[in-house]
Design a protein around this ligand. Sequence first.
Ligand SMILES: Nc1ncnc2c1ncn2[C@@H]1O[C@H](COP(=O)(O)OP(=O)(O)OP(=O)(O)O)[C@@H](O)[C@H]1O
Ligand SMILES: [Mg+2]
Length: 455
Amino acid sequence: MSAPGPPPALRILLVEDNPGDARLLREALRESSPGARLVHADRLEAARAAVAEGAFDVVLLDLSLPDAHGMDTVAGMLALAPELPIVVLTGTDDETLAVRAVQAGAQDYLVKGQAEPAVLTRALRYAVERKQLDRERARLLASEREARARAEDAVRARNDVLHVVSHDLGNFLSAIVVNAGVVVRQLPADAEGVLADARARVASIRDLARQMQRLRQDLLDVASIDAGRLSVVPGAVHPLDLLEATRELFAPLAAERAVRLVVDPADGLPEVMADRERILQVLGNLVGNALKFTPERGTITLSAWVSTDSASIDGDPTEAGLFGGPADHDSVDGRSVDGDPVDARALDGRWVDGGTATSGSVDGGLGGAGGVDRTAGEDGAGKVVISVADTGPGIDAASRARVFDRFWTTREGTVGGAGLGLNVARGIVEAHGGRIGLRSVVGRGTTFRFTLPRV
Ligand SMILES: Nc1ncnc2c1ncn2[C@@H]1O[C@H](COP(=O)(O)OP(=O)(O)OP(=O)(O)O)[C@@H](O)[C@H]1O
Ligand SMILES: [Mg+2]
């Protein structure tokens, strides 16, 4: 890179009615900026004509002219050449006025008779620089304002969409589900031929509409999680109630899929502080997944136990796991596909912490993650662990790190999910102050666990 050459010669417009002052300035400039071009106007009107005719880099402006006075002079000059930097010329007794002129838009001021030639030139150069910076700042400000306005428009548009999704779409879907359900009931279950076909199709319309209801709810929840206002109203709930309600809800589907759905909790469980509907939503997502992936004659086990203290803080992902060791309740994941108890260590992959909604991604191993401490909370023994274990295909190591990501799904196309279920589940568990994680062995099965605070 070559060194920058000398700065280009300044083109200066001097607006000054006093010929003596003008002469002194001209001489000073000749000395300090030999190449500079100076055009002299003796009043504002003359300055207007000069600006119309030629290009300038900077204006040297006397504040008392025959046709303008004081601050009016600055305003007048700015009006006729808003882009031109201004250096105000002022008498010794007028410095306050000069400062006001700078506040009003001039770049600098010089006290007449006090400015050395070198100072004069430097002031002019600085004024040009400063004006350029001002212009740049104004440009940035304008583009920032524009960007903000665009972002606000986008948020408004999103809110409009959410409004339609949460109200109108919800009502339409409910109407479809209800009406399709009525038609299914009206058509005889033992019908044959066209009638049987119609019944099956209407049932499928009802089921698809239900899926759309779920998707709608997930989308709304994702938006609420983002906005930090997912509504959770915790109360005292018994874990067994949560597990049994989930089993009842999914029993028909499990029977249809020939999958065993069992509830196998520890004895003497305490109540938890939870929003019952929200936790049923979490369990629904986990069991829904397990049912999607577990083949016929598989088993899905719902269980709950009290987490052992300290176990969750030691950070050993294979042993103690995320929420207290599996040893305290070995029916959870210490069971092989055919029902024999197996060594939990041999069975499992590592526990993968679901991370947090804000951290976004999953913390692979879990050891030492900030979140592990949080699991223990103020009181490591204060949590109940709820677990959903399946004997499905398992989740490979690479996918394990991503299952909680929003829109991440292995079920592509129209039959697939949106990849929101686990992301929403994590958001709900965290809104309760709990954590969620998983352990999986390819070919053997997957276990999801989450914690809830005891009452
Ligand atoms: N029990 C499981 N066994 C095997 N894979 C699972 C299991 N649970 C989740 N997954 C994997 O994690 C992915 C993400 O699950 P998630 O529930 O977030 O989305 P989804 O079920 O694909 O779609 P949605 O829940 O929005 O309908 C699934 O696509 C699947 O690949
Ligand atoms: Mg799902």
